[in-house]
Design a binder for this molecule. Structure first.
Ligand code: SF4
Length: 460
């Protein structure tokens, strides 16, 4: 398997051309405020006084920056051997003592990543500031991100996928992605429970006498998943075998009819890892609402237009969602976390802690899981929907232990308006201004509530 490297990503839709990133780079690399000497250059037509979303044609900024290419043309064309890619970090380094100033590298780079620095008469290029690029935190719009997920690929890319290929998930399904990553991390010494929902629906418990899972798997009822898994774990303990007891359950069963079993196991401190895949409804059986479905959402049992209760406005779900992870915090579980596949490093770190916690008590991980089919968005938009949920504070990423309290793992201090999230999906297309206002109000209220919860846990 090849090696992946960290890289600086640029979102032109967020950039307003302020140049703060260039200033930070110039200061870090040259000790001056001369942005012409910055290794990162934001170029193109632009009106920095306008919001980037107001007029995309006027604000058309692009990035000129070394991409630290896997197969760098600059290195190939350099006749003096002054450029070389570091195999460990992936950074392409420049050796001044070898450079003959021919500038061929500036022609070879298709990204404008190497340019002649007039002040010194030599080329200059990004070296990622030893993995802590000064430009990224300097960007006030969040248009720059240092993407470090390559280390997950390098660490676990060769580990066995513990689900069979060819599971029958919908195109672009987030749940399948989550299942495969989770089991890869949890590992082969696992007993898996997959109650009715999308996970067995796509084949975890198999077809025609075979299973789709390469570890022991069973299919409990919606109502008794945690109880059955607790019994299985206890029996393994009696036999002297240490296994991870893992449930991958949907939000419907966990928050509705399965809640008594879940709550009981958490209260008893059963040693298991219970993961809820929250696609905000019973998506594999016809897209019915669950108690985790958000206010205003269309589902087949919270319809809009014809089919609504007589005399009622046709507006989708009329109740707010149950906050299941916060309810689990109040069980004083050994570990509780919320996660999203749009933030894989965060998810992997939480799985690590959850696996550890499940050796001594009840660990609960609640993963927000957009559903292409039930939420009505294109199958290539899953990560974007998941990311927008976090960027608007519709979903907050945090973790809790009784000793450390609740800590945000990816705080969003300046959230985008919730409409940026809602408009990404068909299930919210019908919302009235009053409903949108209600949802925005609930997002703010919820964020304050969790923030206060966190502060109280830390004596604030
Ligand atoms: S200018 Fe570029 S191509 Fe020419 S020697 Fe220096 S690094 Fe190599």
């Amino acid at each position: 398997m090849g090696r992946a490297y960290s890289t600086i990503a640029f979102d032109p839709a967020k950039c307003d051309g302020c140049g703060d990133c260039m200033m930070a780079c110039a200061q870090a690399k040259t000790g001056t405020s001369d942005t012409a000497r910055s290794r990162i250059q934001i170029v193109g037509r632009g009106n920095a006084t306008k919001d980037a979303t107001e007029d995309a044609t006027e604000n058309a900024f692009e990035l000129a920056l070394c991409r630290q290419c896997a197969d760098p043309k600059c290195v190939t064309v350099c006749p003096a051997g002054a450029l070389a890619k570091d195999g460990a970090s992936g950074v392409i380094g420049w050796d001044a003592s070898k450079c003959v100033d021919c500038l061929l590298c500036t022609v070879g780079c298709a990204y404008g990543g190497i340019a002649l620095e007039q002040a010194t008469g030599h080329v200059a290029k990004c070296d990622t500031c030893d993995g802590r690029p000064a430009c990224v935190p300097a960007c006030p719009k969040g248009a720059l991100t240092y993407v470090t997920t390559a280390k997950i690929y390098n660490e676990v890319g060769d580990w066995e996928d513990l689900f069979a290929p060819g599971l029958a998930g919908c195109q672009g399904c987030n749940t399948e992605l989550l299942m495969r990553h989770t089991l890869r991390r949890v590992g082969p010494d696992t007993v898996l429970a997959t109650p009715p929902g999308c996970v067995p629906g796509m084949g975890s418990v198999g077809f025609n006498g075979t299973t789709g899972t390469k570890v022991p798997v069973f299919h409990p009822l919606l109502t008794n998943t945690a109880a059955m898994l607790a019994g299985v774990k206890r029996q393994f303990k009696r036999m002297g075998r240490e296994v991870t007891a893992l449930a991958i359950a949907g939000d419907g069963g966990a928050s509705d009819v399965g809640f008594q079993s879940l709550s009981g196991a958490a209260e008893r401190g059963e040693q298991m890892l219970f993961m809820v895949v929250d696609n905000e409804g019973y998506m594999n059986t016809g897209m019915q609402r669950s108690s985790c479905t958000p206010y205003g959402a269309w589902t087949s049992t919270t319809p809009i237009g014809a089919g609504c209760a007589a005399g009622q406005p046709a507006q989708g779900k009329t109740q707010d969602a149950k906050n299941l992870p916060l309810i689990m915090v109040n069980h004083r579980c050994a570990y509780v976390a919320t996660a999203s596949t749009a933030y894989m490093e965060d998810l992997y770190a939480k799985l690590e802690r959850a696996i550890e916690a499940s050796k001594t008590g009840f660990a609960y991980v609640h993963v927000y899981s957009p559903c292409t089919t039930g939420w009505r968005f294109a199958s290539d938009q899953n990560m974007e929907v998941a990311r927008k949920a976090v960027e608007t504070n519709f979903v907050m990423l945090w973790e809790f232990t009784p000793g450390e309290g609740l800590n945000f793992t990816r705080p969003v201090d300046d959230p985008l308006p919730v409409t940026d999230y809602l408009k990404a999906m068909g299930r919210f297309r019908h919302l009235s201004p009053a409903q949108i206002e209600h949802i925005q109000g609930k997002v703010v209220e919820n964020a304050k509530f969790v923030q206060r919860f966190s502060e109280q846990a830390h004596g604030g």
